[in-house]
Ligand binder design. Sequence first.
Ligand SMILES: [Zn+2]
Length: 161
Amino acid sequence: MAIRKLVVYPAEILEQPCSEISKFDKKLGKLLDDMYETMIEFDGVGLAAPQIGQPVRVAIVDVDDESGTIEMINPKILSTSGEQTGVEGCLSFPGLYGEVTRPHYVKIEASDRKGRSYTMEADGFLARAIQHEIDHLDGVLFTSKVTRYLEKDELEGVESE
Ligand SMILES: [Zn+2]
């Protein structure tokens, strides 16, 4: 495994839709392993492949709960409901945090690293992190959804995606 270099805004790759994965091979496994190591190194709760310079529909989320590390390949949102407003950060925007309103609940369909399709449901912070990462795969950045940026003295204990 290796820690990859993070792509920091501004960068074209962060604002482009990513391509679908068609080969579930060793290279994909290595990409996921490296993404995990990079996410941990930079203390994030999620990471999308374009954030390490790979324009493919691969993202991981780990909000440190019983769900563990969720690997999402070619994820699609099947349904959403409710609403939540909370603070988000992004590893591609070091030091920047803002309030974002998103659905409270999300149901997704994705593949795992072996190409097996699965569906999962999430709510609250996990649902927020999943939606933030899937946005990355569409070239959508959280800054386009921020309604209020946080001041320095409000930043204690917030995490980046
Ligand atoms: Zn992000």
